[in-house]
Design a protein around this ligand. Structure first.
Ligand code: ADP
Ligand code: MG
Ligand code: MG
Length: 893
């Protein structure tokens, strides 16, 4: 097979093969943008490397051919003593993993070629600076040397010659530094720094492939749900130099503002620097306007290239560029990461600019992003004291205790305290802390720094470049002017405005939440400025479009009238799951106890009769709130003992009473009942339909309450639409028995009231047996609702309450699971049962209505699956409804 592709051989849709970076470099080359020549070694090679433990044998030969083509195109040889070609060796997976994997620049520099580079450029200083960077980067990433001694040697040299910044070091200083660096390599590795350019290249390629499997890369992938098997591609590309003096430089740019979405060029620029300096946040950057002032020609070219890219990709792009002595080069582009708010605004802006259709716009925003926009924000009127200000790099409102490193961040978070990670700047090693923390604050770096990019990627609130901040790790404190703060002190970050407050700041609803909960006017009224109003409008347009294209109906899981109203305001088209267990708790427990303790049928009936009016009132409220919309009410599901006193407590009470000689007859009988109903494994015990078929009259009283509430509302001119749902059905016979009883009660109420009472009677499918015998069950059920929580538990044999904290972390680590099956539906296993259930159910009853209740109903990925298998609706918590509407729309376009 072929493993190596020149940039002029690929295209942007080959990300699987070439990785995102490689595919986009190829695309830019193809459309004639200035990209230095190079080639991509495919991720296929990485997969072979992971599988076999070494790279494919033919690879070196293919690399030679491609390298020679680059050499011939430029008329230079890799690392030649005269006029040397240098290359970068860059990682690049299908999905971008900013800063997670390795890149080595200036490969090909040796003791011999450094002089050639100096002659070619006419710049000694530049040549030695480049060599210094190579030894350091190669040493750290390829030879695995601790990078600190390099940094220390650099600082020492600067101090010795009184240099303030790297730029102040002379060629001689740098040359001395290179000697020191080579010595560091010699002593720590026991080998010479490789002086053969091709050996450098091969070692760098191996190292970049190897960086796919580092601890931090794996951690990042798990978080971002990127499969480990993808592998990375490696890009080898001729070097261009941003560190060739004042007319050179490097930068990062966006075709639109990635936090507001506003059109216009936006970016960071560093004169006389190489690419990694910008991302590392070592020096504070200039703006593109500054570049305009310094070099109008390059600026104009850059803007033309950016416009070209936006037209071509029809989306916000971010790019890495370098200017070498007034000549612009593009080194990377991709459809840019953006904040949730910008995603909505950009999508709608592009529709208005007639660059994309509304369907495409819908595909470009996600339910997860909408979910983020529903987060609370700081209350502006609270007047909290401003500590300092930085750049709002990733929106959100975070309040928490200062922590200064990963260990503290993890420790506080595990203790249940919100933590704010405060760093001078961040790098890939800070990832664990960034994941734990509620917010991230850095003193250095721009909106494209590591902290900003990673925080945006994971939706974590971040403020960067707060320059007044002095982070002193040694003394463990943070100083701002006169103020000294220490770990444990509380601060609050506004990731939109960049404000940092001291102490707690109260939070309020976001305008987008006001919009989804109370309507467009309320949302617009609560918006602070035009930008936020634009956002509310954008969400409204895309959500309205989603509603118009989706096939899945969206219902809510709501138990009370209040929940129901909340869900309805957010666009719920019915209730998919009303649990009735709360109707048996609190004060009403004593009636349940009496049902259990009843000595005779009459006593039992009396106890049940006492529950009837209470339940009827609950159902009347609920059905009134859902007037005109289907409302699925589930008959009692949990094991009976959940409504009885705790065994231990009651035993103690009875024993103490006996000691005092005051035996309480009721308690003694109750204790016997509790003992009788005690189960080793209640989840698989007497619950759901089993309870209904063993405790006579229990389901009947619920059905009667529903029926009577319906009659009452109808007489008041309302339109109640109850549906009765039976939980935990495993056989058609169970369903048939409940159905007969339910119809009997409905007929009684119909007869006594003179109302016609027909309502759907269906069941949950939450046991594998139910899914497998769905064809027969469907003859007894008017609808199915897949209870995917229990179905996941019973399919995997996982007890949710027990496994998530115990072995799930290990299972996520070793790749048995990529995500908890309780969060995202396990499409292969549990999903197969859902699919089979729908298909066989409908083979018996073609019009069988199928829905899903359970947390998966609000999970984006799962919703797409439910759409595919042809469900009619999903039901989720009221808060998730807008997310589900959006995702159901996205699934349909
Ligand atoms: P990352 O994926 O971490 O951004 P990159 O592979 O993009 O890593 O490279 C790191 C930095 O080096 C970037 O700023 C990039 O623009 C710069 N760079 C990469 N290749 C070259 C090259 N051939 N010439 C000049 N700069 C380069
Ligand atoms: Mg990059
Ligand atoms: Mg269940």
């Amino acid at each position: 097979p072929k493993y190596v592709y020149r940039f002029d051989e690929g295209r942007k849709d080959q990300r699987d093969l070439l990785g995102g970076k490689g595919a986009n470099l190829a695309e830019m080359t193809r459309i004639g943008l200035p990209v230095p020549p190079g080639f991509t070694i495919s991720s296929e090679a990485c997969r072979a490397y992971m599988r076999d433990g070494h790279l494919p044998p033919g690879l070196r030969v293919e690399v030679t051919t491609a390298l020679r083509q680059v050499e011939d195109a430029l008329g230079r040889r890799l690392g030649a003593p005269r006029d040397p070609l240098l290359v970068s060796v860059r990682s690049g997976a299908k999905v971008s993993m900013p800063g997670m994997m390795d890149t080595v620049l200036n490969v090909g520099l040796t003791d011999a070629s450094v002089q050639g580079l100096a002659d070619m450029s006419g710049d000694e200083r530049f040549a030695w600076d480049s060599y210094r960077r190579l030894v350091q980067m190669f040493g750290a990433t390829v030879l695995g040397i601790d990078p600190r001694p390099f940094g220390e040697a650099l600082d020492a040299r600067k101090a010795a010659v009184g240099a303030v910044s790297d730029v102040d070091l002379t060629a001689g200083d740098l040359r001395g530094l290179v000697d020191e660096y080579l010595q560091i390599v010699r002593t720590t590795c026991g080998r010479e720094f490789p002086q053969d350019p091709r050996e450098q290249l091969d070692l760098a390629i191996d190292a970049v492939f190897g960086s796919w499997d580092t601890e931090r890369a794996r951690l990042y992938r798990r978080r971002e749900r990127i499969p480990d098997r993808l592998g990375t591609a490696v890009n080898v590309m001729a070097m261009v130099f941003g560190n060739l003096g004042a007319d050179s430089g490097t930068g990062v740019a966006f075709t639109r503002d990635p936090s507001s979405g506003h059109a216009g060029a936006y970016g960071d620029y560093l004169p006389n620097a190489q690419g990694e300096d910008v991302v590392a946040g070592i020096r504070n950057t200039l703006t593109l306007d500054d570049l305009h002032a310094r070099d109008p020609t390059s600026y104009d070219e850059l803007l033309a290239a950016m416009r070209r890219l936006e037209t071509h990709y029809r989306d916000l792009c971010d790019i890495e560029f370098t200017i070498e002595r007034g000549r612009l080069w593009l080194l990377q582009t991709r459809v840019g990461k953006r904040t949730a708010g910008a995603a909505f605004r950009v999508a709608v802006q592009l529709v208005d600019e007639h660059l994309i259709t509304l369907d495409e716009a819908l595909a470009r925003v996600t339910g997860e992003q909408l979910g983020r926009l529903l987060f609370p924000q700081f209350d502006r009127t609270a007047g909290a004291p401003l500590l300092t200000r930085g750049l709002g790099a990733s929106p959100g409102a975070a309040v928490g205790e200062i922590v200064l490193d990963n260990a503290q961040a993890i420790e506080r978070t595990q203790a249940g305290v919100q933590a704010i990670l405060v760093r001078r700047e961040t790098n890939a090693d800070d990832l664990a802390g960034m994941i734990s923390a509620a917010g991230i604050l850095t003193a250095r770096g721009g909106k494209t720094s590591h902290a900003a990019v990673v925080a945006r990627g994971m939706g974590r609130c971040a403020v960067v470049g707060a320059e007044a901040l002095d982070v002193d790790e040694v003394r463990g404190e943070v100083r701002v002017d006169d103020a000294v703060l220490r770990p444990g002190d509380v601060i609050a970050l506004d990731g939109t405005t960049g404000e940092v407050f001291r102490g707690e700041v109260p939070v309020v609803d976001s305008p987008v939440l006001r919009y989804v909960a109370e309507g467009l006017d309320a949302g617009l009224r609560s918006a602070a400025d035009d930008g936020v109003r634009e956002l509310v409008h954008a969400v409204h347009r895309l959500l309205t479009h989603a509603d118009s294209v989706r096939r899945l109906r969206v219902r809510a899981n709501a138990d009370t009238a209040d929940d129901a109203r909340r869900a309805r305001a957010r666009g719920a088209e019915g209730i998919g799951l009303c649990r009735t267990e709360h109707q048996f708790l609190g004060e009403r427990r004593r009636h349940v106890e009496q049902v259990v303790l009843a000595g005779s049928e009459d006593e039992r009936q009396a106890a049940l009769a006492a529950l009837l009016p209470l339940q009827r009132a609950d159902f009347t409220d609920l059905l009134e709130a859902m007037d005109g919309l289907p409302t699925t009410i589930r008959l009692l599901d949990p094991p009976l003992h959940e409504f009885l006193p705790d065994l231990t407590e009651l035993s103690v009470r009875v024993a103490l009473a006996e000691q005092r000689g005051q035996v309480d007859e009721h308690d003694v009988r109750l204790l016997a009942a509790v003992r009788r109903t005690h189960e080793q494994n209640p989840m698989l015990g007497l619950r759901g339909v089993r309870l209904g078929l063993t405790v006579p009259g229990l389901f009947a009283v619920q059905v009667r309450a529903i029926a009577e509430a319906t009659v009452e509302l109808r007489r008041a001119g309302r339109d109640p639409r109850p549906e009765i749902m039976v939980p935990l059905v495993g056989s058609a016979r169970e369903m048939q028995l409940v159905r007969v009883e339910t119809e009997r009660v409905l007929a009684e109420v119909a007869a006594s009231s003179g109302e016609r009472l027909r309502m759907p009677i269906g069941c949950m499918i939450e046991l594998p047996r139910a899914a497998l015998t769905a064809q027969r069950i469907a003859t007894q059920a008017d609808f199915f609702s897949f209870g995917t929580n229990d179905l996941t538990q019973t399919t995997w044999g996982f007890s949710r309450d027990d496994v998530e904290g115990s072995f799930f972390p290990a299972y996520l680590d070793n790749g048995v699971l990529t995500v908890s099956p309780f969060e995202t539906l396990d499409a292969d296993g549990v999903g197969a049962l859902v699919r089979a259930g729908v298909e066989s159910g409908r083979s018996a009853r073609p019009d069988l209505h199928c829905g899903v209740c359970g947390e998966h109903g609000g999970d984006p990925e799962s919703i797409h699956f439910f759409h595919q298998v042809g469900l009619d609706d999903v039901s989720c918590s009221p808060f998730r409804i807008p997310v589900a509407r959006l995702e159901a729309g996205r699934a349909a376009v």
